[in-house]
Design a protein around this ligand. Structure first.
Ligand SMILES: Nc1ncnc2c1ncn2[C@@H]1O[C@H](COP(=O)(O)OP(=O)(O)OP(=O)(O)O)[C@@H](O)[C@H]1O
Length: 485
């Protein structure tokens, strides 16, 4: 009996559906287009009135030139973790030099998310259009999108805070997964290679407190978007790294990039023709970047207009006798990039570009730089990288020889207090050698080098003292002669 009743019901439902389809087909076939359109409009209005959910679509490509939407890509990355947990069909992409896998949900999958106790759903979809071009093969254009669905009573929470949260998290995850690049400029064009420098703050030889202070400063900067926005200043920070060659200036820049996940732009100022080219280069830097100008004292006449004018006058006088300069020097003289141009761009341009940027100047001769260039606000932090201290040596010994302590450390500590040796030179002695008793041999070689350096420094100081005394004696003699009646 029951079986019969169910069968009857199914037959009835089937005939009702068939009837409705027939009516709909007739309606589409014979009703005038305008009337049909109007009816569909009212139909949708009734539907949205009864349906309590709001839907927002984010298309993959937007704009007239169909650029890939940044929001779509941020959403895709944001949803990757919930997709890998919830979706049954996934898409995989390999990033970071084939080392990391990013999963996203395949078309027509749905995942749920929760924000401040409110549940919402993301659906991935695509529209397929037949291409208008004539082709033997059927060509279809596919336009993908994400659709966000939530109850209308949460409209304010979702449209404001939730979507901001999704975009921010998505961008941050994307930045973490992306491969960083090292850019160098050839004139006004950047070319890049993948940045894979292994230096980190852990391997940087430096006193621990100083290292911590720099790391804290960098991390605070990278988390201060709202602060910079509130005070109305560009989100940028300037670092001046100074010290003798081989003390780790370039190594520190690599460690900064690895800590913050930034790209590096190594700006060769002598190759930039004028301020227009400089502006173009600076505008093209990515949102998370370190712009480096190495050996700023040699790059250009960055000491500004005052000295430039004097030099021009002098040049006029000497023009006839001057021998031809080597090419690099000529380039730097031909470049019309000025100190004021550079400073104006750094100060002004990035205020409108958005993004977080560090600008790092390095020099071996800090005293040569114009105070205007390095004043606080332009170069916010001045960091001296100096000769190797015992604390710095311990980092190198751990890096190179995996040694925490050794009986020779005490002697090395004393010698480092008396002899000046750069971390680069110390590191050279700690390079592994193919002999038995490796660590001992390395440390003894370092001790030998430190003793030689100490002796040389002592001899040099004595020689200097002697020369000074010699220089003073004739003066005194002269004085005695002039004062004698
Ligand atoms: N503080 C340091 N910590 C770890 N390694 C260092 C340090 N200083 C120098 N080195 C080692 O010495 C090499 C040269 O250092 P680096 O190029 O960073 O010096 P620099 O100060 O930038 O020199 P320059 O002024 O000549 O450019 C590096 O490859 C690195 O291995």
């Amino acid at each position: 009996m029951i079986h019969l009743k169910q069968g009857d019901m199914l037959a009835q439902v089937g005939s009702v559906v068939a009837c409705l389809m027939f009516v709909w087909a007739m309606f589409k076939q014979y009703f005038p287009y305008e009337l049909r359109d109007r009816l569909e409009k009212y139909n949708k209005r009734v539907f949205t009135f009864v349906y309590p959910y709001i839907q927002i679509k984010f298309h993959e490509f937007t704009g007239e030139r169909l650029m890939r939407s940044e929001a779509y890509s941020a959403i895709e990355t944001y949803l990757s973790s919930s997709s890998s947990m919830q979706a049954k069909r996934l898409k995989a992409e390999v990033v970071k030099n084939n080392q990391a896998l990013v999963l996203s949900m395949d078309d027509h999958e749905e995942v749920a998310d929760e924000f401040k106790g409110v549940k919402l759903w993301w659906v991935s979809g695509k529209n397929a259009f037949k291409s208008q071009t004539l082709s033997f093969y059927q060509v279809t254009d596919e336009k993908r999108y994400y659709k966000l669905k939530f109850h209308k009573r949460h409209r304010d929470l979702i449209i404001g805070p939730y979507l901001n949260h999704v975009l921010k998290e998505g961008r941050a995850l994307k930045a973490k997964n992306r491969q960083r690049k090292l850019y160098t400029n050839n004139g006004s064009y950047w070319s890049h290679v993948v940045f894979e420098h292994p230096a980190t703050f852990k391997t940087l030889a430096m006193e621990p407190e100083k290292k911590k202070e720099i790391m804290d400063d960098l991390i605070t900067f990278s988390q201060s978007e709202e602060f910079y926005q509130r005070i109305g200043r560009a989100w940028k920070r300037g670092y001046l790294l100074y010290g003798p060659p081989g003390t780790g200036k370039s190594t520190m820049i690599a460690a900064m990039a690895n800590l913050l996940n930034y790209d590096i732009y190594d700006l060769e100022l002598t190759a930039v023709k004028d301020n227009t080219e400089l502006r173009k280069l600076l505008i093209e830097t990515s949102r998370k970047s370190i712009v480096v100008i190495e050996d700023i004292d040699c790059s250009l006449d960055l000491t500004g207009q005052r000295r430039k004018k004097k030099e021009e006058e002098k040049e006029g006088d000497e023009k006839e006798q001057k021998p031809k300069l080597p090419k690099e020097e000529r380039d730097s003289k031909n470049s019309q990039v000025t100190l004021s141009g550079l400073l104006n761009f750094i100060d002004g341009l990035w205020s409108v570009c958005g993004g977080e940027r560090l600008i790092v100047f390095t020099t071996n001769f800090v005293e040569k730089l114009d105070p205007a260039l390095i004043r606080k606000g332009r170069m916010d932090k001045h960091i001296e990288l100096s000769y190797c201290s015992f604390e710095a040596f311990k980092v190198l010994a751990n890096n190179y020889l995996q040694l925490e302590s050794h009986q020779l450390f005490a002697k090395i500590s004393d010698l480092l207090g008396e002899a000046k040796m750069t971390p680069a030179d110390v590191a050279e002695h700690l390079m592994p050698k193919i002999v038995p008793g490796n660590a001992q041999v390395c440390l003894e070689s370092l001790i030998g080098a430190l003793e030689t350096t100490k002796e040389k420094a002592k001899l040099k100081a004595e020689k200097k003292k002697h020369e000074r005394r010699k220089h003073r004696q004739p003066k005194r003699k002269q004085k005695r002669q002039t004062t004698r009646p």
